[in-house]
Write a protein that binds this ligand. Structure first.
Ligand SMILES: Cc1cc2nc3c(=O)[nH]c(=O)nc-3n(C[C@H](O)[C@H](O)[C@H](O)COP(=O)(O)OP(=O)(O)OC[C@H]3O[C@@H](n4cnc5c(N)ncnc54)[C@H](O)[C@@H]3O)c2cc1C
Length: 436
């Protein structure tokens, strides 16, 4: 059944970090938006918002202040996406995004919003027993970050059967770095003989009050001579703040979560909170993959099909936030990296043998991870001749060239700031759009 054509000033293709950010910034400017895309890399993310902390190279340099790092990065790599934004735009992008997420139920513990100097990176504990620098920490991890900074005594508890999360091993790794950590294992109530356990399943179980109560009783004996309790991130998917508060009140100690290996509950929470919130807003979201977009009368035209209904979308502006290989924004054909929707030119090593360094752990990173879409200063993709491909087509997020978010610890930052700048440019050309 065909529905009437939907005309929109903006379509966002992708609902990962960059797509969500673009839709949020567009909403803040009064631009009505249609968004398409399925679950993304975000379901694997730790839930922290990284801005920048490591300048990769033969001798990687760590920065306590992300803005100092970004200044050094841009000097070394003038084409990096961060070279196209000001510090003020970066701060505004993070503030708008975190304000929106707070209104959706995910609060971040971040820097003092408008001061450059207060934006120092913080540390979270990873399941490998390392300390990861990041800029904005979800409230669920805040007590851990404070415990590390304040040299408090931490007890990490793991669950028998939960793969990829070993409390003793993590404790040993961190003790060697001078962190006061001990580890203990408990059996999860009702799943004592279940074999391999998944975080998502346990998170669902803990939403049941009597399972939570039994869980708390099992944890209690391990907390003597301990200041703070660390758990794998399993404290619910929807009522996680409430569950953590109940634990803290019953145990009389701060409780924090540690992100687990993928898929991660912390990433899922962000996605679920966003989807729940946009249901109340002027934002149409279709959880589908678009296979073809064509241009007609200066508009981008594509179809979305849900069940028996097909709807044509005609958009004046389009933000491509389709991610890299995992998101399926980039793919490989004939030994070349391709952009999958518009066949945009992809900046990449000359041939496949140049994709990877010989050393798997090369501190400078692998060239393939910097492959992507080259843009102008407003994040509009360039064609083969170096001119703007289309005046109203934009690209945002991990699909962009020259960045290596894994090495740099800049995942959320790249997504947020490129989406912010693209939407700012679009707003200038939409009469109804509100200005900054
Ligand atoms: C294991 C892991 C841990 C991470 N931890 C962190 C962290 O702690 N902090 C941090 O800041 N970052 C982290 N990141 C990085 C962060 O998740 C990414 O930088 C970010 O998700 C990139 O967002 P994106 O929107 O560009 O791409 P993606 O998240 O890949 O999203 C792409 C979107 O495009 C959609 N799409 C693609 N093609 C189409 C199509 N044809 N039609 C419709 N939709 C389409 C997909 O469905 C998806 O919704 C982590 C990533 C991973 C994998």
């Amino acid at each position: 059944m065909n529905q009437p054509t939907l005309h929109t000033p903006l379509a966002v293709v992708g609902s990962g970090m960059a797509g969500m950010a673009a839709a949020i910034f567009a909403r803040n400017r009064g631009i009505s938006t249609v968004q398409v895309g399925r679950v993304s890399e975000i379901g694997f993310s730790s839930g922290c918002l990284d801005l920048f902390s490591i300048l990769p190279g033969r001798q990687p340099v760590a920065f306590a202040n992300p803005f100092d790092g970004i200044d050094a990065l841009v000097k070394k790599m003038p084409c990096h996406p961060y070279s196209r934004v000001t510090h003020a735009q970066i701060r505004r992008a993070f503030v708008q995004f975190t304000d929106f997420m707070a209104s959706a139920g995910i609060c971040f513990h971040g820097p003092e919003k408008y001061s450059r100097h207060a934006w120092n990176n913080q540390y979270i504990i990873t399941p490998a027993g390392t300390l990861k620098p990041t800029c904005w920490v979800p409230a669920a991890m805040k007590a851990g970050t404070e415990a590390i900074a304040g040299n408090q005594r931490i007890c990490i508890i793991d669950i028998k059967g939960l793969k990829g999360f070993g409390a003793m091993q993590m404790a040993r790794a961190m003790q060697s770095k001078g962190v006061h950590v001990t580890g203990a294992t408990i059996a999860f109530p009702g799943r004592e003989t279940a074999g391999d356990l998944m975080c998502e399943r346990l998170a669902w179980d803990l939403e049941t009050p009597n399972v939570l109560e039994q869980f708390i009783q099992l944890v209690k004996p391990h907390l003597q001579q301990v200041d703070v309790l660390g758990l794998p991130a399993i404290l619910g998917i929807y009522r996680f703040e409430k569950l953590r508060r109940i634990m803290e009140q019953t145990l009389g100690k701060p409780v924090f979560e540690i992100p687990t290996l993928s898929p991660s509950v912390t990433g899922m929470r962000m996605k679920e909170a966003y989807m729940g919130k946009i249901a109340d807003l002027d934002l149409l979201h279709f959880p589908i993959t678009v296979s073809d977009i064509f241009q007609d009368k200066n508009e981008f035209v594509f179809s979305v099909t849900q069940g028996m209904e097909t709807r044509k979308i005609r958009a004046k502006n389009l933000i491509l936030a389709t991610g890299r290989f995992m998101g399926k924004g980039l793919g490989v054909r004939d030994e070349q990296i391709k952009e999958m929707l518009f066949d945009l030119p992809v900046t990449q090593p000359e041939n496949r043998s140049g994709w990877l360094s010989n050393d798997f752990f090369d501190p400078a990173g692998h060239p393939v991870n910097r492959a992507g879409i080259e843009t102008d200063d407003c994040f509009r993709p360039l064609d083969k001749a170096g001119a703007v491909f289309h005046p109203r087509l934009y690209a945002a997020g991990s699909i962009l060239a020259y960045q290596d978010w894994k090495r740099e610890k800049s995942g959320a930052g790249i997504s947020l700031v490129s989406a912010f700048k693209a939407v700012s440019h679009i707003a200038q050309n939409i009469p109804a759009g509100r200005s900054e």
